[in-house]
Design a protein around this ligand. Structure first.
Ligand SMILES: [Zn+2]
Ligand SMILES: [Zn+2]
Length: 150
């Protein structure tokens, strides 16, 4: 069963890349429903968060879409993007106009079907969500689950 708040069926699915570094250095969206930590740190240089980047599968993209929704305070959409070379990737936008902007700036990319392949039903605020860097003891416990889970 997927978590109703963060859409993951695994509360230890993230962080995927360099989990210790991410948990130590980055503010996490901590799901108030299942406890999953989702990186929501804003990159100082480019002003981007993890969810702003393209992902190589819908499954991975879905793990980050809740942080996009929280940032936008509305429901978001996942689109399948195809490059000229035929490579597929997945990106989150909170409105069709954002997708249009992106395609205008990236002439070598197209969107499959020009419609989203996934979105949640509606945006809901959850009362128990936390935003923080984990304390050392919390981090070790959480990290152990993440690593056991790989
Ligand atoms: Zn991170
Ligand atoms: Zn959750």
């Amino acid at each position: 069963m997927s978590c109703k708040e963060c859409y993951s069926d695994n509360p230890y699915a993230t962080p995927m890349l360099r989990p210790r570094e991410c948990l130590e250095k980055h503010t996490q969206y901590i799901c108030g429903t299942c406890g999953r930590c989702i990186c929501i740190e804003r990159d100082e240089k480019r002003g981007l968060r993890r969810w702003n980047f393209p992902f190589k599968s819908l499954k991975i993209e879905k793990l980050y879409v809740r942080t996009a929704e929280y940032t936008a305070q509305r429901k978001c959409f996942i689109y399948e993007i195809i490059s000229k070379s035929g490579r597929k990737s997945y990106k989150i936008f909170s409105a069709p106009s954002e997708l249009e902007e992106y395609l205008k700036k990236n002439k070598n990319k197209m969107c499959s079907g020009n419609k989203p392949i996934w979105s949640s039903d509606e945006y809901i605020d959850y009362p128990n969500t936390q935003f923080k860097k984990l304390k050392e003891n919390e981090l070790e416990v959480y990290l152990k689950h993440v690593l056991d889970n790989k």
